[in-house]
Design a protein around this ligand. Sequence first.
Ligand code: NOJ
Length: 450
Amino acid sequence: MKLTLPYNSKMNSTDFIYGVATASFQIEGGIEQRLPCIWDTFCSLENTIVDGSNGDVACDHYHKWPQDIEMIESLGVDAYRLSISWGRVVNEDGSINATGIAFYIALLDKLIEKNIKSFVTLYHWDLPQHLEDKGGWLNRETAYEFQKYTEIVIKAFGNRVHSYATLNEPFCSAYLGYEIGIHAPGIKGKEFGKKAAHHLLLAHGLAMQSLKKLSPNTLNGIVLNFSPSYPASQNPADIAATQFADDYFNQWYIKPIFDAQYPEILSQLPLSQQPDIIAGDMDIIAESVDFLGINYYTRAIYQADENEIFAQITLKDVPLTDMGWEIYPSGFSDLLISLNAKYTLPPIYITENGAAMPDSIKDGKVEDAHRVAYYQSHLNAVNTAIESGVDIRGYFAWSLMDNFEWAEGYLKRFGIVYVDYQSQERTIKASGYAYRDLIHQRNSNYLSNS
Ligand code: NOJ
């Protein structure tokens, strides 16, 4: 099983960064050495996580990190995207947790030694519980707490980091966590989602201001996720419903950053559902970024509905991943091309793309041909977008290894490395070898040209 790209593709240049990605709560474990976070609490509630699991041990990366970095090195990637656990580096009274800082510094130093660039995400959903107890992202103060945390991290890490992303997928934190309640902290209510989203975006803007000042030489930005929206038919009612859904789920998070305003549907939302915007907020949110991280997995299809403004539908007889998400690679190129047309964007990095598949290990091997096919079609889609003029500088596979897939627990496997959670043994899947060989091929093309 192989992954290939056209010989003359920009993705075959050594300037194009290939990486693998993870997030703290999903892999680290090491719960004794950090503060409890909203996901610990959420996991302890009934009927929140499909397999009843939690992040206490996860992939035990907190203890196995030296071996995991060797594994990353063996894949030959240029970069590793990881996230920092807020409650591992800052104590409840705001003081620094030296042990937590030392853990990340040792890891970052090892990456430097191996010539692997670090892409550090400051917030990948694991809000310390004591901040949630004060209102979490519904409390404006949390944005300022995030800025303080960001400054602690930047000062402690010094010049070890290549890139900082403030937030990962604020849509998921806000909508899944505070509007429909299927993610931590499990709050439900249409009046909460956009309020939480505004404070998250404000936190991003404030942290960008600190990054500009204290870390001007790193590549600083944000990671957003998109499910490009398609109408179920060409009926004007379906098209209008789709437009609304797109503004509500996708443009809501990007437009404030690049246009300093929310989509026009803001004024159509009942007052109770509108965010609390204070004068000056939109300018803070629109602080310029050095890069935009884009995560893509699938598309969404909408139609008009009698009771709601839009309704999402699922198609029958289409290829799906193990998450039940449609495999739709042209949605990826459509998305990249349309965002590039709508906004004046900085360079783009694909910070996540990948697929959960029902893997099994036989004779020490995982033959995940479906995942290889997913990667091939989506790498092709990125290449198509680049050929259409979108400035894309890198691609990160989600994920380095199987891990805690949030409300799905450990049942869904996204890794290009298989994890046996009993023995904590890691096994590189066929997709991992294919990814390694693609990068290797790119390197030898480069050598033969120079
Ligand atoms: C996006 C999230 O950033 C990541 O944490 C998650 O595991 C993947 N999507 C797959 O759902």
